[in-house]
Ligand binder design. Structure first.
Ligand SMILES: Cc1ncc(COP(=O)(O)O)c(C=O)c1O
Length: 363
C-alpha cells in the first residue's frame, strides 16, 4: 500500500497518463481476483464501497420495492437488520426474521415456510460474527431460485475464510468487507451483483466517463460506484487476496479450526464457563462466544485486555438478535474470541489459562 500510493496516488479511469492507467490496472485486477474468488462472471459487476454495511445499504435500498416482503434471519448483523428495519419503518417492506436452531443453524425449510406471494428477497448472514456457524447457502439458494426470489448474502465473516461459489450456491448478490478475512485494510468493501438482478442506483455522481449525460450511469461498475475510489484500500485488498490465494483458503481454515478446537476443548473444561453453539468443527468458522459465571461479559473482556493483553469483543457484537436466540440478550451478551491466520497454539494456551484464572475468582 505504501509503495503503491507513493507511485500511484492518482484517480483511475479519469485520465490517460501512465500513473492513472497503472492505477486502473490495479483496480481492474482486484475486480478480477475477487470475481474469481466468488465465482462470478463479469469483473465489472464487482463494485467497491467503504465496507459491508455500505454495500448492504446500497443493495437492500436499491432492490426493495414498495409492498415487498423480505425474509432474513436472527443471525444478522445490524448492517442487515437496520437497513431492513428502516425500509419497514418507512412503510416500504415487511420483514420476517427466521430463527436458527439450538446449534446455530438456519433450517432452509423454515425459510421456505416463510415465503409469501410478495417475497422479493432472502437476506442471510453466511457466517455469524457471534457464534461462527456457517449457514447452508446452497440449499437456501436452491429454494430461492425455484421460487424466483433474490438471494442476498452477507459474506463479511466468510469471504476469504471459506470457499464461496456464487453460481453453485445460486447467490444473486454477495456483500463483503475488506478488513476481515480478505486481509485488506479498513475502509474498503464491496459487492458482486449477478447480471439479472435489477438493483437500482441510489447514489449519483461522477463516474469519469460520459460526463455529458445528466443521469447517473446504469452500467456496472458505475451503477454502484460514484466519486473517487479508495484506491489505497483497493491496493491493500489486492495484496490481501493474493496472499490468501498463495496460502490456500482451505489450509488457512484448517489451521485456524485446529486452534479453535483446542480453545473450545480447553474452555469447556473450566468450571463456570458457558460456551454458545460451539458444537462441532463442521460448518464452523474460528469464532467462539462464551460467558463466565458471576461476571458481566464486559468485565471479562477488560480483564483479558488489561491483565493478559488478549483482545476480544464483548456485549451484543452488533448482532442483537443472535443474543435473543442464544438467551444472552438480557445479560449483556457474550465474550467473543476470534482466531486469525497469525494466531499460534501458544496464544490459545495462554487464553485458556487466562479464562481459568478469571473463572476461579468466582467459581
Ligand atoms: C456478519 C457481519 N456483517 C456485517 C458486518 C459489517 O461490516 P463492516 O463493518 O465492514 O460494514 C460485520 C462486521 O462486524 C459482520 O461481522
Amino acid at each position: 500500500m505504501d509503495s503503491f500510493y507513493r507511485k500511484n496516488g492518482v484517480n483511475p479511469g479519469r485520465s490517460g497518463f501512465d500513473a492513472a492507467l497503472e492505477t486502473e490496472e490495479v483496480v481492474n485486477n482486484t475486480r478480477k481476483l475477487l470475481t474469481e474468488l466468488f465465482n462470478g462472471n463479469d469483473p465489472n459487476h464487482l463494485t467497491f464501497s467503504y465496507n459491508a454495511s455500505d454495500s448492504l445499504n446500497m443493495i437492500l435500498q436499491g432492490l426493495a420495492q414498495k409492498g415487498d416482503h423480505v425474509i432474513t434471519t436472527f443471525l444478522e448483523h445490524n448492517s442487515v437488520l437496520r437497513p431492513l428495519h428502516h425500509l419497514e419503518k418507512d412503510g416500504i417492506i415487511e420483514v420476517t426474521h427466521v430463527m436458527f436452531d439450538s446449534k446455530g443453524f438456519i433450517d432452509p425449510v423454515d425459510i421456505r415456510k416463510a415465503f409469501k406471494k410478495n417475497t422479493r428477497m432472502v437476506v442471510v448472514n453466511h457466517s455469524s460474527n457471534v457464534i461462527g456457524t456457517i449457514q447452508p447457502l446452497t440449499e437456501i439458494g436452491k429454494i430461492c431460485k425455484e421460487n424466483g426470489i433474490y438471494f442476498i448474502v452477507d459474506a463479511s465473516q466468510s469471504a476469504g475464510a471459506i470457499p464461496i461459489d456464487m453460481k453453485a450456491m445460486n447467490i444473486d448478490v454477495l456483500c463483503f468487507t475488506g478488513h476481515k478475512c480478505l486481509m485488506g485494510p479498513t475502509g474498503i468493501g464491496g459487492s458482486y451483483v449477478m447480471e439479472n438482478v435489477p438493483v437500482r442506483y441510489t447514489r449519483y455522481g461522477g463516474t469519469g466517463v460520459r460526463s455529458a449525460v445528466k443521469t447517473h450511469l446504469n452500467e456496472f461498475p458505475y451503477r454502484l460506484e460514484c466519486g473517487t475510489l479508495n484506491i489505497i484500500g483497493v491496493a491493500g485488498l489486492y495484496a490481501g487476496v493474493r496472499w490468501i490465494n498463495e496460502q490456500g483458503i482451505e489450509n488457512l481454515h484448517r489451521k485456524e479450526m485446529t486452534l479453535w478446537n483446542t480453545l473450545k476443548t480447553g474452555l469447556e473444561e473450566i468450571e463456570g464457563v458457558t460456551l454458545y453453539c460451539a458444537n462441532s468443527i463442521e460448518n464452523q468458522n474460528p469464532v467462539l462466544s462464551f460467558n463466565v459465571k458471576g461476571f458481566d461479559s464486559g468485565d471479562v473482556g477488560t480483564m483479558l485486555d488489561v491483565d493478559y493483553n488478549i483482545a476480544c469483543r464483548t456485549g451484543l457484537q452488533c448482532a442483537p438478535k443472535v443474543h435473543e436466540g442464544i438467551g444472552t440478550f438480557d445479560i449483556h451478551g457474550t465474550v467473543r474470541l476470534s482466531i486469525g491466520p497469525f494466531n499460534t497454539k501458544e496464544h490459545i494456551d495462554k487464553t485458556i489459562e487466562a479464562v481459568r484464572e478469571i473463572a476461579s475468582i468466582r467459581n
